[in-house]
Design a protein around this ligand. Structure first.
Ligand SMILES: NC(=O)c1ccc[n+]([C@@H]2O[C@H](COP(=O)([O-])OP(=O)(O)OC[C@H]3O[C@@H](n4cnc5c(N)ncnc54)[C@H](OP(=O)(O)O)[C@@H]3O)[C@@H](O)[C@H]2O)c1
Length: 264
């Protein structure tokens, strides 16, 4: 943590799942928190609990990050309240899947707006605010699925490829500015019942690769603070990554089509 003042880590989508686990891990390390999630998802109670258990300062803002104005409003809140941000975790995202032609317009909008637009706007809005008084970190949450096209997760995997490329490009732009940008590319994380069901449908391979949120969060936060560019939690996922890179593309597509058909 920077020594100069009351620095905060913004975590989007912090009410549950990976975002909540990342918030818990940052608090455990003594980092003050600024949690952002939808209204009515328990943020006041979560902030109070984290603040009390870890002796940190915790603030929260209940807002819908689907709204284009939300990042600018967040910046307004930060400036009005004299908050210094030295960590930004762009975690919010949604994992809709299905066959093309069968997605609802709402599912497509959620995937594109939450996964790509929100992360882009948040990074664009806060990058200039961060790193002025010491080291700062941005962690964008991609997905293992962002390394390749994934049949039946076509929109999701495309949004996460965007996050991968966007993050690494911005990392280069900000080199030397004091702001380190990392992108997380996790495989399955058992964050809710739906993910557990999906992992079970993927069979033994899916189950071996899946991680508990606290395990993934501990690894992601540690490597973010070490300034790692691409972070893949779990050794089996790292092996899968290298196997995928070595495999002929056509074979990779046939396999992923077989694996993900009917797994939403
Ligand atoms: N789980 C996995 O297997 C996995 C694997 C790879 C990558 N990821 C990525 O990890 C990130 C977190 O995933 P997760 O599994 O933890 O998801 P999750 O359990 O569904 O949690 C998502 C969080 O975002 C919040 N949220 C949803 N819509 C929002 C909105 N419009 N405005 C503000 N907050 C909103 C949710 O609030 P509510 O309390 O209202 O739901 C919740 O706190 C995502 O980017 C996902 O793509 C997940």
């Amino acid at each position: 943590m920077n020594e100069n003042g009351p620095y905060y880590a913004i975590v989007t989508g912090a009410s549950q799942g990976l975002g909540r686990a990342i918030a818990e891990e940052l608090a455990r390390r003594g980092h003050n928190l600024f949690l952002v999630s939808l209204p009515g998802t328990g943020l006041p109670e979560l902030s109070a609990s984290l603040s009390g258990r870890h002796n940190i300062l915790a603030r929260f803002l209940e807002t819908d990050l689907m709204r284009r104005e939300a990042p600018a409003e967040l910046l307004g809140y930060v400036r009005t309240n004299g908050i210094e941000v030295d960590v930004l975790v762009n975690n919010v995202g949604i994992g809709h899947g299905g066959a093309i032609g069968e997605y609802s317009d709402a599912a497509i909008e959620e995937s594109i707006f939450l996964n790509m637009r929100c992360t882009t706007l948040m990074t664009n809005t806060f990058a200039g605010e961060m790193g002025r008084n010491g080291r700062a970190y941005i962690l964008n949450i991609g997905s293992f699925g962002g390394f390749m096209p994934v049949p039946y997760k076509s929109i999701y995997s495309a949004t996460k490829s965007y996050i991968y490329n966007f993050s690494l490009a911005v990392r280069e732009e900000l080199r030397g500015s004091g702001v380190s940008v990392s992108v997380a590319m996790p495989g399955g994380i058992i964050t809710n019942g739906k993910v557990r069901e999906r992992v079970n449908k993927l069979g033994p391979l899916g189950r071996i690769n899946a991680l508990e949120p606290d395990v993934a969060a501990r690894y992601l936060v540690a490597l973010m603070f070490r300034g790692r560019s691409v972070i893949i939690p779990g050794w089996t996922n790292k092996v899968a990554y290298y196997v995928g890179c070595a495999m002929p593309f056509r074979l990779l597509m046939v396999l992923t089509r077989k694996i993900f058909r009917g797994v939403n």
